[in-house]
Design a protein around this ligand. Sequence first.
Ligand SMILES: NC(=O)c1ccc[n+]([C@@H]2O[C@H](COP(=O)([O-])OP(=O)(O)OC[C@H]3O[C@@H](n4cnc5c(N)ncnc54)[C@H](O)[C@@H]3O)[C@@H](O)[C@H]2O)c1
Length: 274
Amino acid sequence: MIGELDPRAAGARRLKDKICVVTGAGQGIGRATARRFGAEGAKVIVADRVATGAVETVRQLEAAGVEAAMILADLGKYAEAQRLIRETVAAWGRIDVLANIVGGTIWWQPYANYSEEQINRELERSLFPTLWCCSAALPVMVEQKAGAIVNVSSAIVRRGLYRTPYAVAKGGVEALTRSLADEYGRHGIRVNCVAPGGTDTPDRVTSRLTLAPGVVGEPAPGMDEYFRETRDDYKRLALARRSQVAEQAAAIAFLASDDASFITGQTVRCDGGT
Ligand SMILES: NC(=O)c1ccc[n+]([C@@H]2O[C@H](COP(=O)([O-])OP(=O)(O)OC[C@H]3O[C@@H](n4cnc5c(N)ncnc54)[C@H](O)[C@@H]3O)[C@@H](O)[C@H]2O)c1
């Protein structure tokens, strides 16, 4: 049953028949977004670079009667983002919504401990997929004179320890959101962003240390300790708890839908109140 994909949708069909590309949809917030979009009537393109998670997301969507397809792509690469959009348009004719969800810090450590290679990897994970996918999708949306892009940032942009390259990448995502909203609003395209706080991802099977399918990087020295120091940060929040993935998906679905038709250039802080 479609309603079981995400009970929070409560029967809403705001994305009925919309062609929605969700990147990083193989697990976590990306999968929850694909499920919420599906529950709201979307046709969902599940984009990820790891097949196992993406196959499972498509299975869940199809089991509920949602039309879905999988495109495997390493979205840290410009050409792969171009291919994702090209294949989507070839198969589905248009793109109504692009939800850029690939990202996530790989390492935890003080900034000066990051190597050049690690800093590049963090930007490749958390900035470039969104840059590349927007660049590829915008010409399609301009041609359509319509489209909604929802990017995903992080509460880390405001504060948090040991993830500076990730914070910089997400700051870039927020700047990109503002800038593209200004440039493309006149073409009927809205660009918004959701900045999640710490969110539980019980279905995560692909570790953040995965640098390419089947290639797992080394943890940074002392990383477990640095991680532990930040683990209880949520206790300082107004809501004093971590988020569930469906709470992030709900904010993303709102911005993707016509309910947000006069909202653009915004970053919604879905962070429990910093
Ligand atoms: N989970 C949190 O606590 C949290 C908090 C704040 C922000 N966020 C943001 O939310 C988003 C999702 O987070 P999550 O915890 O669900 O992530 P996750 O690490 O659990 O899942 C990310 C997915 O993206 C895929 N992926 C990674 N690199 C890719 C690439 N180059 N090309 C294609 N696919 C790729 C992975 O295979 C995986 O399926 C990220 O942008 C993250 O920065 C998460």
